[in-house]
Each structure stands twice: as structure tokens, then as C-alpha cells.
Design a protein around this ligand. Structure first.
Ligand SMILES: [Zn+2]
Length: 120
């Protein structure tokens, strides 16, 4: 079964069209956030890890965090280059988790909580 939420699925399609130089997109992974007790949004298929050339990823991170795009595409969190952006704050903050220098992490509203089905 392909576990992916509707916002993640729609955004993946949009990314593939808008950024043709993207080389890979990871979605489902039944795991906790590294160094944390919380489940990763990947455990619900509610997050994308987007790989590609550095300049493409930089452009994508800027685009995904724009006011209009983040609202319409239900972007909740973006992590890139040791920085985290949240829809709650609308700005970048330092991120001391996994550095995310090779890929952009994007997850979506509504954010999933509790224990994911893959761990039950
Ligand atoms: Zn991720």
C-alpha cells in the first residue's frame, strides 16, 4: 500500500512538474525523528524528502515557504541547510537536528500526532 497523505501527494506532483531537475523524492518511512521521542511525519506519509542539485533545492525551499504557496499547498514545515521554517512563525530559525544539507524536508497540515498506524 502506498502510504501518502493527500497534501503530500499533490505537492509531490507539483514539485515534479515545477522543478524538473529534482532527482528523487522520499515519502514513507516508519521512524521517529532522530534524537527525539516524536514520530516523524514520514511515518504517516505526510512528509517529502526532496533531492536534487543544490541550487534547485535552495530555490525550492524559498518557493515552498512563500506566503501564498505555503497556504495553498498546506506546507507546515520546511527544513533545509540547518534551518527550519514553520507555517506557525513564517520565518527561518536555526535547526539543531539532522543538518539537511543534501535534501529539503517538507511536511504538511494537518500535522499528524500520536502513534502512526505503521507502529501499531
Ligand atoms: Zn524528511
Amino acid at each position: 500500500m502506498d502510504t501518502i497523505t493527500k497534501p503530500a501527494s499533490k505537492f509531490r506532483k507539483k514539485i515534479v512538474r515545477k522543478f524538473p531537475t529534482v532527482t528523487g523524492i522520499g515519502v514513507f518511512n516508519c521512524r521517529k525523528i532522530l534524537g527525539s521521542d516524536s514520530w516523524s511525519q514520514h511515518a504517516w506519509g505526510n512528509a517529502l524528502d526532496i533531492f536534487g542539485p543544490r541550487h534547485t533545492l535552495a530555490r525550492l525551499a524559498g518557493w515552498a515557504t512563500g506566503r501564498f504557496i505555503s497556504r495553498v499547498w498546506k506546507v507546515q514545515t520546511v527544513i533545509w541547510q540547518k534551518q527550519i521554517w514553520s507555517y506557525d512563525w513564517h520565518r527561518w530559525e536555526p535547526y539543531d537536528g539532522v543538518a539537511h544539507t543534501t535534501h529539503v524536508h517538507v511536511d504538511f497540515r494537518p500535522r499528524k500526532t500520536g502513534v502512526p498506524p505503521c507502529a501499531q
